[in-house]
Design a protein around this ligand. Structure first.
Ligand code: FNR
Length: 411
């Protein structure tokens, strides 16, 4: 209702209230390279499409005259209470959408009381984002590095930076097949974007220096290396000149590409997690019910049912469809988050009715960022939450627990 009141008072919104227009306008202001990376998906884009189509197969059945004038949108998740069942998904290489993006997102999250999950592939060290958020809620997302020293280091930093939970992303042990980026010959990481968590990590510097200590390959000045250095100068002047002293950016980029993940990641690695951190552990990227059961058997506090926004496996199951089978498999108690394809408050409602405890937004808030910086992110969050609130008012659901499967039918 605040949103309508502001509209009535003539406040012009900084972002469109509907996703289709938000996307159109964000595309117009983005470079081809940024758009390919952020909006793109794996292969032919079938998973990305399916994520949306899955929502169309359910219909909400509104209920009347519930007698409840107010709604309580808050939810308890491992690690704390949230004002609404919406969190900001970890999104790497955000600098593609403008300099300082991670800090802008962090401020928007804090201003709206929304938890922000810092990406392992952030463009700003997590400590700087945390400092911009005061006491507001943040989590940290980890890619399990091939080098255990980095795993230890990133977990320790996340704890020190006040993370409320540790999210370990399982679905990106290698990068998916992404034709749009491949066709443009561009991935942000090769240009030094998205490696700030590493270059600011003393352990990573040690690793880079250790590698350089081996019989050193002669420094070769290739066209690619020059391009990388130029891009780094443009995107992060401060960091670039700082890095020039030591270690060499190129060595950092190459080391990063080599060790950011562990293609051999197994349940044996994950079994060690419980003893490595005092934080709640959230496993992200689960789609199969057996994997979900296994995650909770290992002591995970929550699972994010996700196909990474359709960016990893083409023709994969829609994450909303996976949510249904995962919820059936694990029963009502375990905490399930859902992402991939959430575009509106009505989508959040549908996901909650199908068994999610909360959802993550990915691209929508990045589009808000592209259009209007911090204010744009804030408004995208407010719009989604406002529509959820209105949907609850119109379906007779005074709180999140009241949003159940009985309010949906197959469409
Ligand atoms: C992502 N995602 C992601 N996930 C993760 O665990 N670590 C990461 O660094 C990234 N990076 C990333 C970059 C970009 C540009 C996008 C669009 C996505 C996946 C993200 O957390 C989330 O799962 C999806 O974005 C959710 O889908 P929607 O909302 O974008 O459809």
């Amino acid at each position: 209702s605040t949103i309508y009141r502001q509209g009535a008072l003539g406040r012009r919104p900084v972002v469109p209230a509907d996703f289709a227009e938000l996307e159109r306008r964000a595309r117009r202001v983005s470079s081809a390279r940024a758009w390919a990376y952020v909006a793109g998906g794996a292969g032919e884009g079938r998973t990305m499409r399916r994520n949306r189509e899955a929502f169309d197969r359910w219909a909400i059945v509104p209920r009347m005259a519930s007698g409840a004038a107010d709604r309580d949108l808050s939810v308890d998740l491992p690690g704390g209470r949230h004002a609404a069942p919406v969190l900001l998904a970890p999104v790497g290489a955000g600098a593609l959408m403008g300099a300082g993006s991670d800090v802008r997102i962090a401020r928007a999250a804090a201003a709206t009381g929304t938890a922000y999950i810092f990406s392992n592939q952030g463009c700003t060290p997590m400590e700087e984002c945390a400092a911009a958020m005061g006491d507001a809620s943040r989590w940290f997302q980890l890619y399990w590095s091939k080098d255990e020293r980095l795993v230890e280091g990133l977990i320790a930093r996340a704890e020190a930076a006040g993370a409320g939970a540790l999210v370990v992303t399982l679905d990106t042990t290698v990068l998916g097949w992404r034709p749009r980026d491949l066709n443009l010959g561009s991935l942000p990481f090769s240009r030094g974007q998205g490696i700030a968590q590493y270059t600011s990590d003393p352990r990573f510097r040690e690793i880079v220096a250790g590698r350089a200590g081996r019989p050193a390959p002669k420094p070769e000045v290739t066209l690619g290396a020059v391009r990388t250095l130029l891009a780094m100068t443009r995107n992060h002047p401060g960091r670039f000149w700082g890095n020039l002293r030591s270690p060499l950016p190129r060595a950092s980029v190459e080391t990063f590409l080599d060790i950011y993940s562990n293609p051999g990641l197994s349940w044996e690695h994950l079994a060690t997690l419980r003893d490595r951190t005092r934080l709640p552990v959230v496993l992200k990227g689960i789609l199969h019910p057996d994997d979900a059961r296994r995650a909770f058997d290992l002591g995970a506090d929550a699972v994010v049912v996700s196909n990474h926004g359709g960016r990893q496996v083409d023709n994969a199951i829609a994450s909303l469809d996976a949510l249904v089978t995962v919820r059936e498999a694990v029963g009502p108690a375990p905490t399930l988050l859902l992402d991939s394809g959430i575009r509106s408050g009505a989508d959040v409602f549908t996901a909650l009715a199908l068994g999610a405890n909360a959802v993550l937004l990915g691209r929508p808030y990045m589009y808000g960022l592209a259009l209007a910086g911090q204010r744009g992110v804030e408004d995208v969050i407010r719009n989604v939450v406002a529509e959820l609130d209105l949907t609850m008012a119109l379906t007779g659901t005074p709180n999140i627990a009241a949003i159940t499967r009985s309010l949906l039918v197959a469409a």
